[in-house]
Design a protein around this ligand. Structure first.
Ligand code: NOJ
Length: 512
């Protein structure tokens, strides 16, 4: 583990904030969030203490999958703004000391991308082989409820592969021209000054060269849930080499959406693939100490052995928000935040979780996403009074519940809000080498409690999370003081040895 004085790459100390631009903030009043909206609210991130933002896709797109279907990798979709606004946002972020990660989508493009338009124009087209064409489909299934991963192209009499929607044909990374073209895309954004990339479904790019049927697809699972081929690693090594050739420690964080931490660990390679990988078991975890204990132990075992740096995420744009997953309980959502921000690794926050937002109810004609993920993508309420800072056209999705009370404006004025809890926790991370880079060690307490210590040189912190809905006594060796309490009860006081129902505490040694 890195000591206090040992330099470590910036991203190990980072707190990353995911911006889903369609729902973050609307700068031009058309009801859809955009780049100028993001720029307007950068100070929200700074006040929170986040130092890195990851921008979900803003590229030109027909929006079959909300921007993850890209038709121009070097242009901004007009709904979000233009390149000049992107550059302005990047400078404004950098001026504030915020780093910016772009979303890079290597597995597929839009079917409207000029590359695919050419590829499907004839079997002889030079770009035919840029995508995956076959005479016969196999049994692979697409995600997002799209059924078969193969779509028949009447004009050229073959099937093309898409692990997601038919509007998202898969690129063929075995073709060196595709590699060159996609490396060119990375260079375009690196040259503009972005600090790295979040790589969409990084585990999907390599495909079984035999195109063999898979039993798991026969059982109904989409291939993207488990695809894990050696070729993906080769592609990632190429991307890493390119990114490493740029100055300034640019970073790659990959979405490796397979639910085995051991397999995820392999995507760090020998320090020559991803710098960090998402690890999603905690994102599926219910409010249950046994499940969290297992998730965290597994990360420490699998990644610790490889000196690979962990990441932690409880919410994102593809899943129910964690408050909703925990039955809508604000107490639980706040206690989970204490865990998220005190584990060993880089935390990724999803916009609005610092406000304690729940998923919106999106019904009938309001539904937009073919994958049913609208609830987590609801607009962020900035102001208490409707329309909550979204002046102009009606927002593209309804607001989450309690938008007035949970708005950023109300939260800022309420010391008990989750916003202030996140701010306090992030500030404590900044002050404590133990929290940023210390060892992690589980403490043996009671079955309803998950407790651990973090230590670095002389610095030490302990986190105690009570999952039960009753008070639990948790005896600790030595004397401790409550630095942060998820509900503020007891904050600043000596630790009493009792943890309130569904309360989480961050403790420091009491030397008074
Ligand atoms: C993962 C992204 O997070 C999700 O939103 C998208 O639908 C798929 N990849 C396909 O790009």
């Amino acid at each position: 583990m890195g000591g206090v004085d040992q330099p470590q790459p910036w991203w190990r100390d980072a707190v990353v904030y995911q911006i889903y631009p369609r729902s973050f903030a609307d700068g031009n009043g058309d009801g859809v969030g955009d780049l100028s909206g993001v720029q307007r609210h950068l100070d929200h991130l700074c006040e929170l203490g986040a130092d890195t933002l990851w921008l979900s896709p803003v590229y030109r797109s027909p929006m079959a999958d909300a921007g993850y279907d890209i038709s121009d990798h070097t242009g901004i979709d007009p709904v979000f703004g233009d390149l000049a606004e992107f550059d302005a946002l990047l400078s404004a972020a950098h001026e504030r000391g915020l780093r910016v990660l772009m979303d890079f989508v290597p597995n597929h493009t839009s079917d409207q991308h000029p590359w695919f338009v050419e590829s499907r124009s004839s079997r002889e087209n030079p770009k035919r082989d840029w995508y995956v064409w076959r005479d016969e489909p196999n049994n692979w299934r697409a995600a997002l409820g799209a059924g078969s991963a193969w779509t028949w192209d009447e004009h050229t009499g073959q099937y093309y592969l898409h692990l997601f929607l038919p509007e998202q044909p898969d690129l063929n990374w075995r073709n060196p021209e595709v590699v060159d073209a996609m490396h060119g895309v990375l260079r375009f954004w690196l040259d503009r000054g972005v600090d790295g990339f979040r790589i969409d479904v990084a585990h999907c790019v390599g495909k079984d060269p035999a195109f063999a049927d898979d039993q798991r697809c026969a059982a109904g699972a989409p291939l993207s849930d488990f695809n894990d081929q050696p070729h993906s690693h080769e592609v990632l090594r190429g991307i890493r080499k390119l990114v490493d050739s740029y100055p300034g420690d640019r970073v790659l964080v990959g979405e490796v959406n397979i639910r085995s931490t051991a397999r995820v660990a392999e995507y760090y390679g020998a320090g020559d693939e991803l710098h960090m990988s998402f690890n999603f078991p905690p994102l599926d975890a219910p409010w249950d100490p046994t499940v969290f204990r297992m998730c965290v132990r597994e990360v420490e075992r699998e990644l610790g052995a490889m000196a690979a740096w962990p990441t932690w995420v409880l919410s994102n744009h593809d899943n129910e928000r964690h408050r909703t997953r925990y039955g809508g309980s604000m107490r639980r959502a706040k206690a989970a935040a204490v865990m998220l921000l005190t584990l060993r690794g880089t935390p990724f926050l999803f916009q609005g979780e610092e406000l304690g937002l729940e998923d919106a109810t999106v019904a009938g004609d309001d539904r937009v996403d073919p994958g049913g993920r609208d609830g987590a993508r609801a607009p962020v309420p900035w102001l208490a009074a409707a329309p909550h800072g979204w002046d102009g056209a009606r927002p593209w999705l309804p607001f989450p519940p309690d938008a007035a009370e949970l708005s950023a404006e109300s939260a800022a004025g309420n010391a008990g809000s989750p916003l202030h809890l996140y701010r306090r926790l992030i500030a404590e991370r900044g002050r404590s080498p133990a929290l940023r880079r210390g060892d992690w060690e589980e403490l043996d307490t009671s079955p309803e409690v998950f407790a651990y210590s973090r230590r670095c040189d002389g610095d030490e912190r302990v986190t105690v999370i009570n999952f039960a809905d009753r008070v639990v006594d948790v005896a600790l060796d030595g004397r401790w003081r409550v630095l942060v309490a998820s509900d503020r009860e007891g904050e600043g006081e000596p630790y009493s040895g009792a943890v309130l129902p569904e309360q989480a505490l961050l403790l420091q040694p009491d030397r008074s």
